[in-house]
Design a protein around this ligand. Structure first.
Ligand SMILES: [Ca+2]
Ligand SMILES: [Ca+2]
Ligand SMILES: [Ca+2]
Ligand SMILES: [Ca+2]
Length: 415
């Protein structure tokens, strides 16, 4: 048997095993017995294996690269002819070894301290309208999830993702202590103000909404310096140039008054965001979203980051942006329609609208009933025996939902 280690916790195995079986034939009725023994020299073996320690195993030898202790070898073998995509490399040793962080898109959600402070670069007088005074306040921002990111599929939603950072080259981290620096780029940003800002004109004031996207003005790539401190993670620091496009909209104005601003219009809006300290990260290759062009799964989130605090340097006194990112969680059901954000990403339904097509049936109910959650003409049954059956199922669903609401105070969806 030849074991090959091509991952910290697994690899391939090939070889053969000698076998000498004893066959015993017993005739029914008179119990006559005949034994037969023959040698079959070797059964060929070719499969992949992984280290699969028992529950409670504490892994004393993790520090020794590639070491497998006698008795610790829980061999889980899969035929090599099958798909390796079903292979779960995680183990109790947490040895999902990130020898390489693949290039791709890191999907992030702004939560926490997210704002833009105009103290150091005030918006000048007369910018909003003639007579408007300079604005040097703080705009507190929240997520406005992106849709139609060109790297995925038109019409697909990405859960609560409002920010996408592209890792442009693989980061190679062969051993603990290794560091690699790779280019990164902010490729999507979609934030809106939590409340309107107040624009002043002498003694009068007006409320204006603010949204922040990326400008078309190109910026140089940023850098991500990753250090591996453990087989499945470590720390990182990053710099990230950002070139925002602000859109200000006067609240309640008939027809709408809207002004845009990026560095073509106002100087000082561009900036370089930096992580203010080394941040923990963990490799988690378990996040998959569909790639419509090839019908194959691609990993859009190889780099799992716990939290990511960026500021333009020094916090509020320096002005500029402060962003707090967390990874997009596709396992939650943000709108309570019975479908997780991940399922809605696959269906292209809206993860923050329980009834994407507005036909009165929730996205989850439409999936269960077999109607189209993206077609308002497909939903409530029209007529006929099939429609009666669908209506019966719908009534059961609705009554179950009512029961769960009364009992638990929350809406629970039954499958
Ligand atoms: Ca949902
Ligand atoms: Ca929905
Ligand atoms: Ca619907
Ligand atoms: Ca529908």
């Amino acid at each position: 048997m030849t074991f090959t280690l091509d991952n910290t916790n697994g690899g391939t195995v090939s070889g053969g095993v000698a076998i000498r079986p004893m066959f015993t034939f017993t005739r029914q009725g008179d119990l006559a017995v005949r034994d037969f023994t023959n040698a079959i020299d070797s059964l060929p073996i070719s499969c992949v294996w992984r280290f699969d320690p028992p529950e409670g195993f504490t892994c004393p030898d993790c520090a020794e690269q590639g070491h497998i202790g006698v008795g610790d070898l829980g061999l889980v073998a899969f035929p090599t002819s099958g798909s390796r995509s079903q292979f779960d490399w995680q183990s109790a040793c947490q040895a999902g070894s990130p020898l390489e962080i693949a290039p791709g898109n890191v999907l992030l959600h702004n939560a926490g301290q997210t704002m833009w402070d105009f103290a150091s670069t005030p918006i000048p007088a007369d910018f909003f309208e003639p007579g408007s005074l300079p604005f040097d306040g703080v705009v507190v921002l929240q997520s406005d999830p992106v849709v139609d990111h060109p790297d995925t599929c038109v019409g697909r939603t990405l859960g609560m993702t409002d920010t996408i950072i592209e890792v442009k080259e693989p980061a190679m981290l062969p051993i603990d202590g290794a560091t690699d620096t790779v280019p990164i780029e902010l490729v999507a940003l979609s934030l809106v103000s939590v409340a309107p800002i107040t624009v002043t004109y002498g003694t009068a004031t007006e409320p204006w909404d603010v949204r922040v996207d990326l400008s078309d003005i190109a910026v140089p790539p940023g850098t991500l310096s990753v250090t591996r401190t453990h087989p499945n993670g470590g720390t990182f620091i990053a710099t990230l140039p950002v070139q925002p496009m602000f859109t200000f909209t006067k609240v309640g104005e008939e027809g709408g008054v809207e002004v845009e601003a990026d560095s073509n219009d106002l100087s000082g809006l561009e900036g370089v965001l930096t992580t203010d300290s080394a941040t923990d990260w963990q490799h988690d290759p378990g996040h998959f979203l569909p790639d419509c062009t090839s019908d194959m799964d691609v990993d859009l989130q190889d780099l799992e980051v716990f939290t990511m605090h960026f500021s333009s340097g020094g916090g509020k006194t320096a002005g500029g942006p402060e962003f707090d990112f967390v990874p997009t969680d596709f396992s939650v059901d943000s709108d309570g329609d019975g479908l997780t954000d991940g399922e809605e990403a696959l269906l292209a339904t809206n993860p923050i609208n329980a009834d994407s097509d507005g036909d009165g049936l929730s996205d989850g109910d439409e999936v269960d009933l077999g109607s189209d959650p993206l077609d308002a003409g497909s939903g409530l049954p029209a007529a006929g025996p099939g429609a009666l059956a669908a209506l019966a199922i719908l009534l059961i669903l609705v009554s179950r939902r009512r029961l769960s609401m009364g009992k638990l105070g929350t809406v629970t969806y039954y499958r």
